[in-house]
Design a binder for this molecule. Sequence first.
Ligand SMILES: Cc1ncc(COP(=O)(O)O)c(C=O)c1O
Length: 341
Amino acid sequence: MLLGHEKVSFLHLPTPLEYLPTLSRRLGVEFYIKRDDLTGLGMGGNKLRKLEYLLYDARQQGATMLLTLGGAQTNHGRLTAAVAAKYGMRCAILCIDDYPGEVSANILLDRIMGAEVVLKKSDGRPESEQQDELVAQMVKKYTAEGEKVYVIPVGGSNRLGMLGYYECAREITAQAFEMGISHARLLCGVGSLGTYMGLFCGLRNEGSPLRLTGVAISPFGAGKEARIVEYFEEVRQSLGLSITASRADFDIETGYAREGYNIPNPIVRDAIYEMARTEAIILDPCYTGKAFAGIRDMVAEGKIAQGETIIFLHTGGAPAINTPCHRVEFERELLDGVTIL
Ligand SMILES: Cc1ncc(COP(=O)(O)O)c(C=O)c1O
């Protein structure tokens, strides 16, 4: 029970907190990584922690089907498919997006795990408007087919989903304490805000000595600026937290989103190569590779001080390296090391 809410436990927690010696030496910082890519089920990732709480709520409501939303290559969709498969539920993933031309990466995994994927090309109107319409249309269809549908918002980022990362904040604080890390900065990628918000509330409300910096992986426009404050208030009130915060309290680096959401970028690929070739840990081009590229820049710019202790949250997402638009770029850069005799 966490702040009055129960969950269905299906993860092997805690995930490891590891020291990365080679990368620490190269960057001149004490570099730790929190392995939330190893959360198990459906190739792992951050969304599973959120889904433990969301699944409990869905089952309380008697749901037979999980329905969620995202881009065509949504990791959250894949992990919703994983949870639905394990708990004998039907699953649909709705995307206002183009078909990427092949059943690969997350879409392949969604289908392997039996989820239905619905893609609707954008007609140019605001995405949320199109999503709401598509959800209404599909819920009507599935209900007529006899399902009781539980709708999970984009990224699982609502007041229940964030509890998974509130819990993770406690977990990291305890692990850091056991490992003798007294003061450190936790860094995570920021997409739909749930991971960051859960960590923020968990660290503050539990009086953790860790500080938190988010790295935005897509442009942090007016919508997100307003949403973060509103989201915090929603969470604070519904959970009865005694902490307060204004926009200035949310430390989010917004300058490392590169060309935008999920757009292939050579600096991000270089960061992926560095992590893989020094520590054999695979990052992804949309979230964790971009966040790590941002961290490298922050070190170079002195925003992260030499000698500072940092903990990078690995939120998963590696299946996305096979997304066609990324894979062609990887192939172009890496083919020279493939010898065909
Ligand atoms: C691999 C990965 N990392 C990070 C994030 C960002 O988490 P959040 O949406 O909670 O901000 C996501 C969200 O989809 C993700 O799939």
